[in-house]
Ligand binder design. Structure first.
Ligand SMILES: [Zn+2]
Length: 325
């Protein structure tokens, strides 16, 4: 019986493929995308909804899906209500342009389902933009361990942005033949805010572009990755740090790169996601040579005793709000 069913479905597939080639209706099924743009701390301009209208980044992704016919986007800023096991089953891809100093209100069972089951399925994927790495962020080492599931998955955690939104940076595209990188060519010069990372694990990601430290100001003696991919079971992850500035969301190369990422997740386009830690090591060496005299600010050189004393002093003071990311 099982054999019969398989055989029947093969015949059916063959017939529909032939029929499709004539009727041109064999386009792959559209992916359903859930785009989360929740901010808990600092809200970026491109995710700010005005008068109930969708935000710039939400409009950009919705229109990109319509224009290409590849995907349909539902937008939410409420992870508590919408990032649930039940709701995730309606989607193929999740996009994050989130920000949370601390956790997003995602229940443990929904998190476990997402990371251990949903994300590992063929045709499923995660696309992270800009401050998605400034999510589940904490300076508390204990809490940082609790958030490991997120940064271990995404690739790293936001750790400041010496290159702010008014800085024009030069970015090296390491693999211009990679489908998601083709739109950028070999080098990208762009005005956008660039993050540096902690919790960064080069052995787990394939870095696709990085700051060219020889051409950027200020210079720092370490590798600053800008975009990367990785596989997660049969699912796929694409991360791009760009997107702080609204202009990036109309940048054709940026949008084409997202299209390629969707096609890769869907399986219609092949792309290499082999981790390339050797590239991170090379970029690290280049950056060191470009900024040999850079000294970390005193804050990072504090002894543990000093840190404790500072924490005590800080907690006695009124809490400051986060500076814009
Ligand atoms: Zn930003």
């Amino acid at each position: 019986m099982r054999h019969y069913l398989l055989l029947m479905s093969t015949i059916f597939l063959t017939i529909s493929a032939v029929a499709g080639s004539v009727a041109a209706d064999d386009a792959p099924e559209k992916s359903r995308v859930l785009m989360l743009t929740e901010s808990r701390g600092f809200e970026h301009g491109p995710v700010k909804r005005k008068e109930g209208e969708l935000a710039v980044a939400e409009v950009a992704m919705t229109q990109l899906g319509q224009k290409t016919g590849l995907f349909e986007v539902d937008c939410t800023q409420n992870s508590e209500a919408d990032f649930t096991k039940e709701n995730l089953q309606r989607y193929d891809i999740v996009m994050f342009y989130t920000q949370s100093s601390g956790a997003l209100p995602i229940a443990d069972e929904d998190r476990d389902y997402f990371i251990n089951e949903w994300m590992k399925q063929k045709g499923h994927g995660y696309i992270g933009f800009h401050s998605a790495s400034d999510t589940f962020r904490t300076n508390d080492p204990k809490l940082n361990e609790e958030f490991r599931w997120y940064w271990d998955f995404v690739g790293g955690t936001f750790n400041g942005h010496p290159w702010n939104s008014k800085t024009t940076v030069t970015i090296t595209v390491h693999d211009p033949d990679h489908p998601t990188m083709k739109p950028f060519g070999k080098q990208l010069v762009i005005k956008d805010e660039i993050y540096q990372y902690r919790n960064w694990q080069p052995e787990k990601v394939r870095v696709l572009m990085s700051l060219d430290m020889t051409q950027c100001e200020p210079k720092r003696p370490y590798h600053v990755p800008v975009a990367w991919v990785k596989e997660w079971g049969d699912g796929k992850l694409y991360y791009n740090n760009l997107g702080h500035n609204a202009e990036t969301w109309t940048n054709p190369a940026f949008l084409e790169s997202v299209v390629a990422a969707v096609e890769w997740i869907q399986g219609s386009v092949e792309a290499d996601a082999t981790p390339n830690p050797e590239l991170s090591a090379e970029e690290e060496a280049k950056a060191k040579a470009a900024a040999p005299d850079y000294v970390e600010p005193p804050k990072k050189e504090q002894s543990n005793a000093n840190k404790k004393a500072n924490r005590k002093r800080a907690s006695a003071k009124k809490k400051k709000t986060d500076s814009p990311k």
